[in-house]
Ligand binder design. Structure first.
Ligand code: UD1
Ligand code: CA
Length: 455
């Protein structure tokens, strides 16, 4: 929006979090609280978005780098009014200023657009909401005609004021020139010794401004996070909403309360997700994918018809169609399973490609490897890819059969259709089509007696 400057307050320490991490970096649905607010702000296409930071500044800038926002330092946290004042030198007089809070993560863009639309040269607008439990919030004060006369913080409220259920959400829009003046006139004679942004409301009333209030579309969009109990409550609400979105898009969830989505999930038709599944980052699930209980997937695509059995950990990988994984498989980054691949229990894969129809069903480590199609890798196979200094590649040709308990000392190539006898340590390339094995000859010592215990 032309002429709109958004100011996001994120400098507070968040004492009530009892944390070394700045409050606004605590994650909600896998992303810092502040990211949620910044995303909404950027969606408004404002002329500029200014983030006021202070406490934990360095870690904040590091974690949030690359965002198209301007950073304004508030070196001492003297209150919300003082925080907004730090950003004002960058705001031209005829802009509208929209104030958002870094600890109010779920603000809705439509509410904000309605708010900004109500602001004018003699109008200040606030988002307020009536809560059954207004504890901790500033209360809206109104005169007998229902006109807003000010906002009082809970710690400064008389018992009668504290009984008011309509609260200030903190979200406010005001014309810049007037706001600048009010901010410069703020005092800090109050219970917290802070320069309260909320005091500008009474100043605006004195200057003949009309105070407009807007209700949020739903109360959760204005929930402020001050402690970890509130954070956990909001997390559950976000998770519930995401779960509902998935179900309405055609996914069956065994229990919507036991799936956590910490990122973005896109799913085809008739996907089934069992209990205790965590989906992180970017996840794509094709039609008919079934994910069993206790699975963790991060930045992974699972193509149609594939089954993930219980207890797998899968990261940065692609699992092609009609495949089967688990139980207890571990896919580390950069695994590409082409199609109809079976990966079984206690199999770890890393940076490897497995072509169509191949099977690695039991107790194996396969890393930096290219496995052809229709290959069978026997139980206990290990690609020895690391010599203590460097990583080396293993290549296994189509239709090869790797006997159980084989060590493939990389770099090494196994030819197409080769068979490796069980228990082999393979140190040189294996020719195609032949049986290769390395095995010490079996001997029997006839008449040998087990030692007996001394009397
Ligand atoms: C504030 C409002 C209160 C409202 C509530 C809604 C004031 C005085 N009170 O109270 O009316 O009901 O939000 O959630 O505004 N911050 C800074 N610099 C500072 C102080 C705070 O950047 O010097 C930031 C914090 O990081 C936070 C936000 O401002 O993101 C709000 O501060 P907080 O101390 O949490 O205010 P509340 O007591 O919740
Ligand atoms: Ca707060």
């Amino acid at each position: 929006m032309p002429g709109l400057s958004v100011v996001i307050l994120a400098a507070g320490k968040g004492k009530r979090m009892c944390s070394d991490l700045p409050k606004v970096l605590h994650p909600l649905a896998g992303r810092p609280l502040l990211s949620h607010v910044v995303d909404v702000a950027l969606g408004l296409h404002a002329r500029q978005t200014l983030v006021v930071y202070g406490h934990g500044g360095e870690s904040l800038l590091e974690r949030m780098q690359g965002l198209t926002v301007s950073w304004v330092e508030q070196s001492e946290q003297l209150g919300t009014g003082h925080a907004v004042a730090q950003a004002m030198p960058q705001v031209p007089d005829d802009d509208t200023v929209l104030v958002l809070y870094g600890d109010v993560p779920l603000v809705n863009p439509d509410t904000l657009k309605r708010l900004v639309a109500l602001t004018g040269p003699d109008r200040l607008a606030l988002v307020s909401v009536a809560l059954n439990n207004p504890l901790g919030y500033g209360r809206m004060l109104r005169d007998a005609d229902g006109r807003v006369t000010g906002v009082v913080e809970e710690k400064d409220a008389t018992p009668a004021q504290a009984a008011v259920r309509e609260v200030n959400t903190g979200i406010m829009a005001a014309p810049a020139a007037a706001l600048r003046q009010w901010l410069s006139a703020l005092g800090n004679e109050n219970a917290q010794g802070e320069y309260y942004l909320t005091d500008v409301v009474a100043m605006a009333v004195d200057d003949g401004f009309s105070i407009q209030t807007v209700n949020p579309t739903s109360p959760e969009e204005v929930v402020g996070i001050n402690d970890r109990v509130q954070l956990a409550e909001l997390e559950r609400r976000v998770q519930r909403r995401q779960a509902e979105e998935l179900m309405l898009a055609g996914v069956t969830l065994a229990d919507p309360a036991r799936v956590d989505i910490r990122g973005e999930v896109s799913a085809g038709k008739d996907v089934f997700i069992d209990v205790n599944v965590v989906l992180e980052g970017r996840i794509r699930l094709g039609d008919g994918v079934a994910i069993g209980p206790n699975n963790y997937l991060k930045n992974t695509e699972v193509a149609s018809g594939t089954q993930i059995l219980p207890n797998c950990v899968i990261e940065d990988s692609f699992i092609g169609p009609a495949s089967r994984l688990g139980p207890f498989s571990r896919l580390r980054p950069e695994v590409h399973l082409v199609e109809r691949v079976h990966i079984g229990n206690f199999v770890e894969l890393k940076k490897s490609r497995v072509d169509a129809g191949s099977k690695i069903n039991h107790l194996s480590y396969v890393g930096d490897t290219q496995v052809g199609s229709l290959v069978n890798v026997g139980a206990g196979t290990i690609t020895c890819n690391y010599d203590g200094a460097n990583k080396h590649k293993t290549v296994i040709g189509d239709r090869a059969f790797i006997g159980s308990d084989t060590q493939l000392i990389a770099p090494v190539t196994v030819g197409e259709g080769a068979t490796i006898g069980a228990g082999s340590t393979i140190t040189r390339d294996v020719p195609p089509g032949e049986l290769t094995l390395s095995r010490s000859p079996q001997t029997t010592v006839t008449g040998w007696k087990r030692p007996e215990k001394k009397k």
